[in-house]
Design a protein around this ligand. Structure first.
Ligand SMILES: CC(C)(COP(=O)(O)OP(=O)(O)OC[C@H]1O[C@@H](n2cnc3c(N)ncnc32)[C@H](O)[C@@H]1OP(=O)(O)O)[C@@H](O)C(=O)NCCC(=O)NCCS
Length: 151
């Protein structure tokens, strides 16, 4: 069993490592992982300009989601589950949190996700619909499917 709660500032370094370990599970090489490090690093400012939720069990961090809300639109900036705890419903729980948090924060139109191509099946399973793709800002040449959930 796991619980969801708000992230704490002293956990940001640990959450960065969780994201990197989770991303590495897809088998990206060192060069790509190096490109991702900047993008996946949580900073104190993230606590102020976004909502961050963690999944934990027995004081162990198992997953994290970060949501940015810009007026009526929300953007799921990150969703990562610890490698050893994937396929156990944590991603689904954090995705559910992001929808509820978007509503609570006043987003009324859509939730957008620029997904890792290897996570596309998960977002489809969550009911998101693909609408095009965008260039990755960190990995040259990588196209990321853009998913949309109508709020
Ligand atoms: C994508 C990710 C968040 C999914 O989290 P998870 O905890 O493993 O997912 P869940 O166990 O909650 O899965 C929910 C459902 O989605 C399905 N699913 C999970 N990952 C899937 C995938 N890659 N492709 C297709 N279906 C997937 C599960 O089978 C499950 O289906 P069910 O409802 O029929 O049982 C996780 O694999 C992850 O952290 N990946 C690495 C990092 C990453 O790329 N994150 C996304 C950045 S955009």
């Amino acid at each position: 069993m796991h619980q969801l709660r708000e992230a704490r500032i002293e956990e940001l370094a640990q959450l960065t490592e969780l994201c990197l370990q989770s991303k590495a599970l897809w088998g990206y090489d060192d060069a790509i992982m190096q490109c991702c490090r900047q993008e996946l690093t949580f900073r104190p400012a993230d606590m102020e300009n976004s909502l961050i939720c963690v999944a934990e069990s027995n004081s162990q961090l198992l997953g994290v989601a970060q949501l940015q809300v810009d007026d009526e639109e929300a953007f799921l900036a990150r969703l990562f589950v610890s490698p050893a705890r994937q396929k156990a419903g944590i991603g689904k729980a954090l995705f559910g949190w992001s929808i509820k948090a978007a509503h609570r924060a006043g987003a009324a139109t859509r939730l957008l996700i620029d997904a890792d191509p290897l996570a596309a099946g998960f977002y489809q399973r969550m009911g998101a619909r693909q609408e095009g793709s965008v260039d990755s800002v960190t990995v040259p040449g990588l196209r990321m499917p853009r998913f949309r959930v109508t709020l």
